[in-house]
Design a binder for this molecule. Sequence first.
Ligand code: NAD
Length: 308
Amino acid sequence: MSETDTSETATSETPGAVTFVGLGKMGLPMATRLVGAGIRTVGFDVGPAARKAFAAAGGAVADSAPAAVAGATAVILMLPDSGIVESVLDDPAVAAALEPGVTVIDMSSSEPARTRALAERLAARGVVMIDAPVSGGVARAVTGELAVMVGGEDADVRRVQPLLERFGRIYRSGGVGSGHAVKALNNLMSATHLLVTSEAILAGERFGLDPAQVLEIVNASSGRSGSTENKWPRFVLPGTYDSGFGLRLMLKDMRIAVGLAEQVGMPSRLGADALALWARAAEELPADADHTEIARWLRKRAEPPAGV
Ligand code: NAD
């Protein structure tokens, strides 16, 4: 995966009319960044509250997906999963409204194989598709500092590069679907180290250690990660559990990555075990639980000490 050299490959052209479908926790701040950059952006979300929030941020709002995509030169999707992305793009009314030559950018964390199949269906209608999932969470969506993992043909990516740069730093990963593959694998790593980090810190706490001190020491040591440097100090220690990334979305990403690993004959045994625990947590926690709740869920499952 290499970072795109913007000085050589960027075109000065910024797509004229942009449609942004999915104005949720990530989509709203991302679409708002386009508006802030003076890019004409039409937003659509099935949720009236999300549409209202985008209008309040200065965006133009459409009341249906077909109306939103009509006349767009680029259509960005930031939706929960592949099934929902497909339900939007395979809708005959949306298909009829998409102009040939439009570039569709799926920034959701979708399934790579389904993305490739969708790109082929769209190509048959003269519509180009690239995938550009992101990492960095809501805070970095607001500041435009996301890592943007881009899969697609070079020429297609170049055409929309000025748009993608509004969201953060672009990393090329290969052909269409490759961004979604990297994203899922990244989240399998992230979820697994958040789980083991939480287990270790909670065991330390039972032993009598102060979790804040453990984090300080680990962050100067070899056990550090995004979980110790970011998630535990910001969302678990203060007890807010409000990172803005849902537990069920994390579970979806883990399933994609564990499935991909199996498919290529490189099964992730540790990943599959971690996935089983996250799935148990998802069954027991409310539907809208934040993914950092995994730490609180583990603490609740603690057993009586066997004697330290
Ligand atoms: P979210 O649930 O907050 O937002 C999704 C939005 O899509 C909602 O507003 C929902 O109403 C809308 N939606 C659902 N079906 C729709 C449809 N058919 N047409 C139009 N709108 C529809 O989710 P999110 O946290 O913003 O995540 C979006 C994607 O980004 C997911 O794939 C997620 O895995 C990924 N992601 C999230 C984060 C994060 O920190 N939240 C970080 C990186 C990647």
